[in-house]
Design a protein around this ligand. Structure first.
Ligand code: FMN
Length: 183
């Protein structure tokens, strides 16, 4: 059986991040041939093009993790109707130097959770724009704009009963997407 390693990129550094909680919970809905690893982005320096030929160790680590993965799972908050700066910083780092874009060709899924009712819709749209430019085939449907309410997660950190079927379907479609596009 083929194994699929998925790099999970969470766009929040907050200790009690809902998006990290969502990332931790949804991976439990994946089949056994899928494994997930959250990549660290909080220790990356601010991107500076002057450093392209001498990338810092955390940048090289991030790029190796992305290159070693068969797929990508982005789980991000929305900050001021776009993606958080920390996420953009990570994306920019791994896209460089020119011609050495680590993201290219990696099939991706995009999720986000917010305390606001629009559930990160704008952030996800901005992220899709960036991923398209970077050559990342991104799952289009189903979209998942998650509104954080009581019961989204159960006591054990699993997806709660009300959202389980919806997010199981999302995961099933993501799995099929990765299998179709992974090289
Ligand atoms: C700088 C900042 C900007 C925010 N802008 C938005 C926004 O545009 N839309 C939204 O739905 N929530 C916004 N929020 C609220 C976030 O949805 C909320 O803080 C959420 O818990 C962040 O995700 P996390 O729990 O994974 O850290 C913003 C929060 C911060 C700190």
């Amino acid at each position: 059986m083929s194994q699929y390693q998925i790099a999970v990129i969470v766009g929040s550094l907050r200790k009690d991040s809902f998006n990290r909680e969502l990332a931790n919970a949804i991976v439990k809905l994946a089949p056994p041939e899928f494994t997930f690893e959250q990549v660290q982005i909080g220790d990356l320096p601010l991107y500076n093009q002057d450093d392209d030929e001498n990338q810092a160790e955390p940048v090289i680590r991030l790029k190796n993790e992305i290159k070693g993965a068969q797929g990508l799972l982005f789980v991000t908050p929305e900050y001021n109707r776009s993606i958080p700066g920390v996420l953009k910083n990570a994306i920019d780092h791994a896209s460089r130097p020119h011609g050495q874009n680590a993201w290219a060709g990696k099939p991706a899924g995009v999720l986000g959770a917010s305390i606001g009712v629009m559930g990160t819709a704008m952030a996800q749209q901005h992220l899709r724009n960036i991923l398209t430019f970077l050559g990342v085939p991104t799952l289009g449907q189903p979209e998942a704009f998650i509104h954080v309410t009581d019961g989204l997660f159960d006591e054990a950190g699993n997806i709660g009963a009300d959202s389980k079927q919806f997010l199981q379907n999302w995961m099933d479609q993501f799995v099929a997407w990765v299998k179709k596009h992974a090289s």
